[in-house]
Design a protein. Structure first.
Ligand code: NDP
Ligand code: PYC
Length: 331
């Protein structure tokens, strides 16, 4: 499919499910970006997930995000129970202004439904010359290192760094061994998963995707991922007066919707510390990137940018079973 055709399909399905036009456009854009960049777990597959959240009444389909300024360096957007995409769009311009004025600023999204990857947000900020970090909890699906029962969400951390004349350096990953969406794709396709991704309900390691979805996922990197997952819970939960992953899954009441809660985004203007020397110091960072690539190791986001270039030229291929399920939405 061409990206335009995919965008139109996503918008039409989201509107038909009852989502207001401005939300449908913002949400469709995120899904198309994911598919375009080869991020299948957070691409057009998310139409099925968003549709379920809308129809189950988890998301407020016509929420109007409310922007406020709690302090000179802080922006808050109350998403009113809507999807996170429009809330971010409404808060980002003020976040950028405040980061430039103060050197650093933070944006809290509150009361939003989150089904998406975080890289589109940190990449957009890095494209404006800012260093960016983003965090969000999800639903309690992940066991702490040393345990086998869910406490944490899959809790992604994303980072963006501006590069003169190039696409930003971006990474974005779950603090679980893998995103839950990836396990869902394995389940859909009947594929076994590696046995270090999670536990069944009795706490045993398993290759069965369904058993892990019904049991508990593992953190990445043992105690290190576990501590980072806890940090994400704290930063984008209690610190911004929003839900932890345990509270989010309780609030879902078994409806199977996407996580409800908050997201914290930090933006740092390199000129704050560096003044006129920004360019010189960003060039020093380039030496590190060159040292990585110089030994044929790849940078995070390199695969994504290559997929983007391919998709822009050739369009994207959607698995037939997924396309059929998308076409069946609302029929
Ligand atoms: P991965 O484990 O695939 O890690 C993704 C990151 O690592 C990307 O930045 C990727 O770059 C980079 N990367 C992967 N392999 C390499 C390599 N060999 N060398 C260098 N860099 C590499 O992703 P996850 O399954 O952990 O997460 C996928 C997505 O799920 C994320 O976008 C995340 O935001 C999303 N998510 C969202 C949640 C939410 O609550 N909203 C919850 C959990 C996850 P590249 O893209 O170029 O491959
Ligand atoms: O894949 O873990 C995940 C996820 C949770 C919320 C959105 N994506």
């Amino acid at each position: 499919m061409t990206l335009d055709a995919l965008r139109e399909l996503a918008r039409a399905k989201l509107r038909a499910a009852g989502l207001a036009g401005d939300h449908a456009d913002a949400v469709a854009e995120t899904m198309v970006a994911g598919e375009r960049d080869g991020c299948a777990s957070h691409g057009i597959y998310r139409l099925l997930v968003a549709d379920r959240s809308i129809r189950a009444g988890v998301v407020v389909p016509d929420a109007v995000p409310q922007v406020s300024e709690p302090k000179a360096g802080l922006v808050r957007v109350d998403g009113g129970g809507g999807f996170a995409q429009l809330a971010f769009e409404r808060g980002m311009p003020l976040l950028v202004d405040k980061a430039r004025a103060n050197g650093i600023a933070a944006l809290a999204l509150n009361n939003v439904v989150h089904f998406a990857a975080l890289w589109p947000e940190v990449e957009a900020l890095a494209e404006q010359g800012l260093v960016a970090l983003a965090f969000t909890p999800s639903h309690a699906w992940v066991a702490p290192a040393g345990g086998t029962k869910p406490v944490f969400g899959t809790n992604p951390i994303a980072f963006g760094w501006p590069r003169p004349g190039r696409e930003p350096f971006v990474f974005d990953f779950a603090t679980s061994a893998v995103a839950r969406g990836e396990i869902e794709l394995h389940r859909r396709e009947g594929r076994a998963i590696p046995d270090d991704w999670g536990y069944d309900a009795d706490g045993r390691s398993t290759n069965d995707a369904t058993a892990v979805l019904d049991g508990a996922m593992r953190t990445f990197g043992g105690h290190k991922g576990s501590a980072l997952a806890a940090m994400v819970e704290l930063l984008a939960g209690p610190l911004i007066a929003d839900m932890t992953s345990a509270e989010s899954i309780a609030a879902d009441k078994g409806r199977g919707g996407s996580p409800i809660g908050g997201e914290l985004i930090l933006a740092i203007d390199p000129a704050g510390f560096l003044g006129d020397a920004v360019r010189a110091h960003l060039e020093r960072a380039e030496a590190m990137f060159a040292a990585i690539e110089g030994q044929s190791a790849r940078l995070p986001s390199q695969r994504r940018y290559a997929a983007r270039a391919r998709s822009l030229a050739e369009g994207v291929t959607i698995p037939a079973a997924l396309y059929a399920d998308i076409m069946a939405i609302g029929v």
